[in-house]
Design a protein around this ligand. Sequence first.
Ligand SMILES: NC(=O)c1ccc[n+]([C@@H]2O[C@H](COP(=O)([O-])OP(=O)(O)OC[C@H]3O[C@@H](n4cnc5c(N)ncnc54)[C@H](OP(=O)(O)O)[C@@H]3O)[C@@H](O)[C@H]2O)c1
Length: 322
Amino acid sequence: MSYQSIKDIPNIGFGLWKISNEVCADVVYEAVKQGYRHFDAASDYGNEKEVGIGLKRAMDEGLCNREDLWVTSKLWNTYHHPSHVPMALQRTLEDLQLEYLDLYLIHFPIALEFIDFEERYPSEWFFEPEASNPAMKLAKIPLADTWHAMEELKVNKKVKHIGICNYSTGLLNDLMNYCQIPPELLQIESHPYLSQENLIRLAKQHGLEVTAYSPLGSLSYVELEMAEQSESILDQNVVKEIAKRLNCSPVQVVLRWGTQRGTSVLAKSISAERMAENLASNNFELSPKDMMAISNLNRNRRFNDPGDFCEGAFNTFHPIYD
Ligand SMILES: NC(=O)c1ccc[n+]([C@@H]2O[C@H](COP(=O)([O-])OP(=O)(O)OC[C@H]3O[C@@H](n4cnc5c(N)ncnc54)[C@H](OP(=O)(O)O)[C@@H]3O)[C@@H](O)[C@H]2O)c1
């Protein structure tokens, strides 16, 4: 299998955020074994070396070839300066033990002051974590400059496709005005509580594919104290009723809603059983009536919001969506 275009991105990807270094290589190897081919990495996840080890083991054992894999990674906020973009990609490629990426994304439309690899990698959000009152330090780098450096990576064939994450409609419209090579994919938080219909529609109108992260909503955020247990979409009667009727699980219903509406979804699980469950969400169809009932659950609840977490966790008020 070799991927010809951005439209070939496998519709269920394996998320790598918050997978600890201790288990990551084994988890990735298991995910390949279960049938995942699309992996969603990032420098910021701090586990690209382990992801690389897991993928290499799977390839060495003949479970797949490089061409069968779709590997995405993301440019971290501290590397937005055009002179740092190729360097950041190179580090990611070395850690992943890969020659090229299928897709490279700007992780956030937030430029932070550069931090040398030697000093700290991944560099995360704080400028000086050891300071008495640590905070983020914003860098005055226009997103247009960063985008033009991303274009260079594509021209030089270091990455097959380029795109963006966490852009709003305004930023996307602006990008379409200044780009020489258009973005090919937008990755955003989306689930039944945050359906983002306008943003997805606009992205498609501009010719972008869309990937939904945190497709299970609150599940990923309870451990970070960014969501309450009671906010689970899986407890919604609508979701439970459909799952019962179709003889599948509420998780599968929610993932299927995501893929059937024309986005790819990223699901993360460290459990082999759940990996299989999530992948099997491709094996059934939701009726238009069920799709509509799930879409009607939207309440514009965003769990991953720099406007909240940058202040709560990093002492810096920096909203980007309001
Ligand atoms: N671009 C960005 O800014 C951005 C931001 C956030 C996420 N992402 C990407 O999107 C990926 C997915 O998002 P996410 O990790 O936030 O959330 P997610 O995949 O929606 O949810 C993960 C959570 O759900 C649990 N889970 C998974 N499958 C399950 C199942 N079948 N039954 C019960 N629980 C299940 C997992 O627990 P266990 O692991 O214990 O099973 C974990 O707690 C990330 O890993 C990352 O690659 C990108």
